[in-house]
Ligand binder design. Structure first.
Ligand code: HEM
Length: 267
């Protein structure tokens, strides 16, 4: 009985063309290594679609005429990152105890811990640097009119960031618990108490009890190393999301391009 050839498979069911296997292509080890990198990135991207987000974040148009003053926001952010990283290392050795523990632990960091004095100085000076940079950034935004529509919310989040950054400075100042930080913070808490309506509640909250002491230090430490840094990080995220979504504003001296053709269409 003659055998009839099998009918061709429909296109959708035909197997895809064979991929070149390791036996077909002789790759050198560096080529294999390069492929491995691409494969890992592809593998992650296929599952997360992260590359879209990265493209949205990094490949943005910026207006003509921008200058160094536009880097002040990023500079503030790097000052914050410096505070976060050095702060983590300080927290490994700091002891929030009023009976000499806090003061001694700072002394230990400065005198005994490897690179302790450097990291402590980076944190202490970094705090002032961040405050100077945040004011310069705010000044740039103000004098360039960059707070106007549609960037009002970016400005409002910025104001909250400014207040939180000052709170970091205030709460951090007490932590060494030496004479200067102790008395300066008492003055600061009393000044807070003179504020209208919420002043007395605020100073009660900061003191964390009838006396200025152990509970005050614990409260300042918790605010300084957990509550406010978390808020700042989240708000920087929101701030930068808006910066990326709305785009950077052009400097005020850059005029819109003439569009003679559009003008003609108006008539
Ligand atoms: C932790 C503090 C802050 C960080 C890390 C930060 C970061 C940034 C960055 C990276 C930009 C992009 C453009 C640039 O650098 O100029 C920006 C823009 C902006 N920031 Fe901030 N900022 C902070 C605080 C503030 C404050 C205190 C204000 C105002 C009260 C503010 C208002 C704005 C506005 C309105 C823009 C948009 C400017 C434009 O489109 O030209 N920011 N910020």
């Amino acid at each position: 009985m003659p055998k009839f050839p099998a009918p061709p498979l429909p296109k959708a069911l035909q197997p895809p063309p064979k991929r070149p296997s390791e036996n077909d292509v002789q790759m050198t080890p560096p080529e294999i290594a390069a492929e491995a990198g691409i494969t890992v990135v592809d593998w992650i991207d296929e599952r997360t679609s992260l590359s879209g987000g990265i493209r949205w974040t990094l490949f943005r148009k910026v207006p003509r005429g921008i200058n160094w003053a536009y880097t002040l926001g990023s500079a503030t952010m790097f000052a914050f990152l410096n505070q976060a990283v050095t702060g983590v290392f300080l927290a490994m050795y700091y002891d929030p105890n009023v009976n000499g523990g806090a003061y001694e632990s700072i002394r230990n960091i400065n005198d005994n811990v490897f690179l302790g004095q450097t990291v402590h100085a980076m944190h202490k000076w970094g705090a002032s640097v961040m405050i100077i940079l945040i004011f310069l950034h705010m000044g740039r935004v103000f004098f360039f009119g960059a707070y106007k529509y549609p960037r009002e919310l970016t400005w409002i989040i910025g104001v909250v960031l400014l207040i939180l950054t000052l709170v970091m400075g205030f709460t951090g100042y007490l932590l060494p618990f030496d004479q200067q930080s102790y008395w300066a913070t008492i003055v600061g808490v009393n000044i807070n108490g003179t504020g209208p309506f919420i002043g007395p509640y605020l100073s009660d909250f900061l003191r964390a009890g009838p006396e200025f002491g152990a509970t005050t230090l614990s409260r300042f430490y918790a605010i300084h190393m957990m509550l406010v840094p978390g808020l700042i990080a989240a708000l920087i995220g929101a701030h930068l999301y808006l910066v990326m979504k709305l785009g950077i504003s052009a400097p005020p001296w850059i005029k819109a391009e003439e569009l003679p053709d559009l003008r003609k269409a108006d008539v």
